[in-house]
Design a protein. Structure first.
Length: 152
C-alpha cells in the first residue's frame, strides 16, 4: 500500500510523523507528571495525619496511665499494708503492686505470668463484674485482711 503512494504524500506523512512524535511524547510525559503530583501530595498529607493521630493516641494513653498510677498510689486510710492495684482479664498486673514489686509489677507480671498472675477471690470477683463486694480473705496462714473489689 505504501509503495503505491507518490513521493509527495509519503514525505508529508513522514514530516507529520516526525513533527507530531515529540508533541505526543511531551503530552504523555506532562499527563504522567500532573497525575503523579496530586497523588504524592495526598500520600504525604495522609502520612502527616497518621503521624499526628499516632502522637495524639500515645499522649492520651500516657495521660490515662498517669491518672491510673495516681489513683492506685493513694493508700490513705488503708494502714501500712493497704494497697490498690489493677488486674487485667488475663489476671496479670496492670499496675505495680506496693507490697510485692518483685513479682507483681507490670513488667514482672508479663515477664513471668506464672509468678505474676493474681488469681485471688477478689480478682475473680472483680473480673466477674461483681461490684462492691467485700470479702475477708486469707492472705497467708497468719495474716488476714479485708478486700474490697470493683470492676473498672
Amino acid at each position: 500500500m505504501v509503495t503505491s503512494l507518490r513521493l509527495k504524500p509519503r514525505l508529508i506523512a513522514a514530516f507529520l510523523f516526525v513533527g507530531l512524535l515529540p508533541f505526543v511524547a511531551i503530552a504523555a510525559l506532562a499527563l504522567n507528571k500532573t497525575t503523579a503530583a496530586p497523588e504524592a501530595q495526598a500520600v504525604a498529607q495522609l502520612e502527616a495525619v497518621r503521624g499526628i493521630k499516632k502522637k495524639q493516641i500515645e499522649t492520651y494513653f500516657a495521660e490515662r496511665k498517669g491518672d491510673m498510677e495516681v489513683l492506685v498510689s493513694i493508700v490513705d486510710g488503708m494502714g501500712r499494708t493497704g494497697e490498690t492495684y489493677l488486674v487485667g482479664p488475663d489476671k496479670l498486673m496492670r499496675s505495680d503492686s506496693f507490697l510485692d514489686k518483685t513479682n507483681h509489677s507490670v513488667k514482672a507480671s508479663f515477664a513471668n505470668p506464672a509468678r505474676g498472675k493474681v488469681d485471688t477471690k477478689a480478682s475473680q470477683a472483680a473480673l466477674a463484674r461483681e461490684l462492691d463486694q467485700e470479702a475477708l480473705t486469707l492472705r497467708s496462714e497468719v495474716e488476714r485482711f479485708l478486700t474490697s473489689v470493683r470492676a473498672v
